[in-house]
Design a protein around this ligand. Structure first.
Ligand code: NAD
Length: 290
């Protein structure tokens, strides 16, 4: 397949490299990042998109996506599919989908879970909004870049799934960290706490797969000085997207709101910037009630 790939950063770079490795003809464009192995450099986003059957974007946010879509969509061949894999706000995803459809293109929002390790290994999960027909067109590419792709519904449904998932993740990580700090003060050994909770009703991905306590449970960023992993500022971005969506959909999300406020304080006023999002644990260790 002829593919245009725009946004070749931490995630997009290895995703595009995997497509090229499987024999697809990938033309890439990025304003800063180097071309991954096997990807031909295009001079602009429009040049990368021209003649492509599928254009994949992996960009930092909705405003940048809208700008790239503005430039790219008119250059695409009618019938081709514009597939955005970035994590962006639902409104931007729907606006770009509308623009693509008006231009006679297919369109999918297909954000991912699995992080940079999943991007490199080709084991991402894609949560997808759009039509079944467009999903089927891009499915072979999802199968190379990931291990699972779920068609969630109409345009925007992929982003909706992503921000709901990450709102749960942010809130459970905070409460898992709180619980470890409370257990310390109650004199409960962390390993015992893990043994109990990871097989009891308090279990979660945050506890079982990504335990925030160093030396407890499986290896995680906590065992590497809280080097990301998944940075606290990215979690803050996703929690803010969830709150923006809750506001526009008139949904009551008090836990998500509190999680967003806590990560904002951690990243913007405390020492959370540049640390993994599980570094909430040392934060709670240091703090008293306030
Ligand atoms: P990144 O900053 O490493 O990559 C983004 C790339 O976009 C950069 O290389 C940048 O130069 C490029 N870019 C910016 N503006 C551009 C433009 N106008 N035209 C072309 N290229 C442009 O970020 P990332 O970690 O690769 O994340 C990309 C997206 O994936 C984000 O939306 C993020 O929320 C999401 N995501 C990231 C992770 C993760 O663990 N890093 C996990 C899941 C989802």
């Amino acid at each position: 397949m002829k593919i245009g790939f725009i946004g070749l950063g931490h995630m997009g770079g290895p995703m595009a490299a995997n497509l090229a490795r499987e024999g697809h003809a990938v033309a890439g464009f990025d304003t800063a990042a180097p071309m991954p192995e096997g990807v031909a450099r295009a001079d602009s986003a429009a040049a990368a998109a021209a003649g492509a059957e599928v254009v994949v974007t992996m960009l930092p946010n909705g405003a940048i996506l809208r700008g790239v879509a503005e430039e790219t969509i008119p250059a695409m061949t009618p019938g081709a599919v514009f597939c955005d894999c970035s994590t962006v706000d639902v409104d931007s995803a729907r606006a770009v989908a509308q623009q693509a459809r008006t231009a006679g293109l297919g369109t999918l929002d297909a954000p991912v879970s699995g992080g940079t390790a999943g991007a490199a290994a080709g084991t991402l999960t894609f949560m997808v909004g759009g039509s079944a027909e467009d999903f089927d067109t891009v499915r072979p590419l999802f199968e190379i870049m990931g291990q699972k792709a779920v068609l969630c519904g109409d345009p925007g449904a992929g982003q909706a799934a992503k921000i709901c998932n990450n709102m749960i993740l942010g809130a459970t990580m905070i409460v898992t960290c709180e619980a470890f700090a409370l257990a310390d003060k109650l004199g409960l050994d962390r390993t015992k706490m893990f043994d109990v909770v990871s097989t009891s009703s308090g279990y979660s991905w945050s506890m079982n797969a990504y335990c925030p306590a160093p030396g407890v449970g499986p290896v995680s960023p906590a065992d590497n000085g809280y080097t990301p992993g998944f940075a606290a500022e990215l979690m803050l971005k996703d929690l803010r997207l969830s709150q923006q969506a809750a506001e526009s959909a008139d949904a009551d999300t008090p836990m998500g709101q509190l999680a967003a406020a806590l990560y904002a304080r951690f990243v913007e006023e405390e020492d959370g910037k540049g640390k993994d999002f599980s570094a909430m644990l040392p934060r709670f260790e240091k703090r008293h009630r306030d």
